[in-house]
Design a protein. Sequence first.
Lengths: 262, 360
Amino acid sequence: MKKTIFTYLLFFASLITLFSIFVSAENCRYHDEAELLNSSQADYLENALQDIYDIHKADVFIVVVEDLGHQSARSYANKIFRTETGTDDAKKSGVVLILSMEERDWHVYAYGIARYIFTDQVIDSVMEVLVSDYLSKNDFYNGFIGFANQCHAYFFRTYERIENEYANGDDPSLDDTPPSMGTCILIALSVGLVTAIVTVSILISQLKSVKSARDASGYVKHDSFALTESRDIFLYSTVSRSARSQSSSGSRSRSGGRSGKF
Amino acid sequence: MNTIKEYKCPCCSGAISFDVESQKPKCLYCDTEFEIEALEDYNEELSTPEKEPEWNVSPGGAWQDGESERIHTYSCRSCGGEIAADETTAATSCPFCGNPIIFTGKMSKELRPDLVIPFKLDKNAAKEALKKHFKGKKLLPKAFAKEAHLDEIKGIYVPFWLFSADTVSKTRYKGTRVSHWSDSKYNYTKTSHFSLIRGGRLDFQHIPVDASSKIVNDLTESLEPFYINDAVDFETAYLAGYLADRYDVSADDGIIRANERIKNSIISEFEKTTVGYIGTHCTSCNYDFLDNSSKYALFPVWLLNTSYKDKNYLFAMNGQTGKMVGDLPLDMGAFWRWFLGAFGIAFALASLIIYGIYFL
């Protein structure tokens, strides 16, 4: 008995450990593998990014990596956004800037409502200035602060307008943004529950062998079946319809992410 | 005076009246229009009640001179069971409840069975089949197979009424066909409802109905099939060494069960011809007999009584085919181990897959 209890405790402990994958780490908006900034600069930048969240409820992340390795920039950005946002709100919005030092690539991805603010044109225009004035000259601190300021300015100017459009139709947060932790847990729990119920139902059915015969199909004389009458009579029909979802208007564009060199 | 016909709407069962504009019958409540033929046919179905056909039941025969003298009858005061045995067979305990039985007389007024399927498998085969029945059952208490005490094992001929019938039938079903299309603004779904009429012939041979109330019908039907090809004309010699349960369910009462099974077979066989429809269900089934007959037969069954934790478990084996049936107890500890184990593994796998899809 004790062995069984211990076994199950160990098993569920391992499940909980697995779930630490989904649990977000301490909410940190500036990640720097290359240590481009000193600690005071990093703190200042972190505060600036936090201010953007406090005012606009939008998460802006700046991530510096030596190189992305086998991962795509998009999947890396997804991972950062998902694990660092620390909120289950399906409407979460934000921007991720990734600098890959070895290739000297920059990547910008927007999520949620921010994709309608940081369109490809906006990202290109912002990064053109930042790259030419700061990043290409290795002035990363001013480049990052400039990026934060630009984010703040764009959110400030267009956030309310976009929120109205969002309320009227197409939910921009659902396409590429990973599901919330709550949704992931719910899906995994449902899969586990269904599997367990199906498994034990099959095993219980093995114990039951007494059941009445539904019909006498086993006692039908061979070749005695003869169909002598067959009529299909139409009675009536019903027609229902549902509105098709409207496609995005041509004037409203959104970003799929941009990349460049610095 | 002509009888006035009232028509009911196949869609909502509302009243129908003839619509002058469309020149078609139309429902006053749901505005659905119908073709005349469809409406006539639908209402003919409603006005034709289902009726059960009549059987010519006369199974069994009369005992030959001196034959019945060799069969003794016994009665159990505990469960009321009545059994018969050859005069050379010592019957001392009831095969149904295990209590002592008393001799009550000789079989004389009973019907003589028409057929018997002799025992093909012996007591040892029954014991082996019981052991095999326990194997591979993950939720069976492990102690049950070890500790279950085989109290009694008895070979008994169970009385059956065998019903044969050549049927002609007319069944009606309702089915639907669904089509989809779209335009620039809407997605459309059209559901068309049909009345499907099927008629024809289907013949049945030797449908067995348990003629003893001592053994539940579920148990005897679970033992099927019994292959009538092995049946022989009844002789008292076949009873030697075995018990025979006496019938206490009349053939007229057995007809009820036979009719149920025949009707279900007719509905399912003719439903197979309704191709291309979804959600098909039977709305009426009428059948009659071109010919019918019945017989009284004895079929071989091994009854095994076991006890475990002061509870009795009855198992039965078809004495012809060796099929073993009997419900087994459930080990709740094993149930929860399997439930939590399956849940944990599926949960962990689902978590890994979700992580792999979204975060790698």
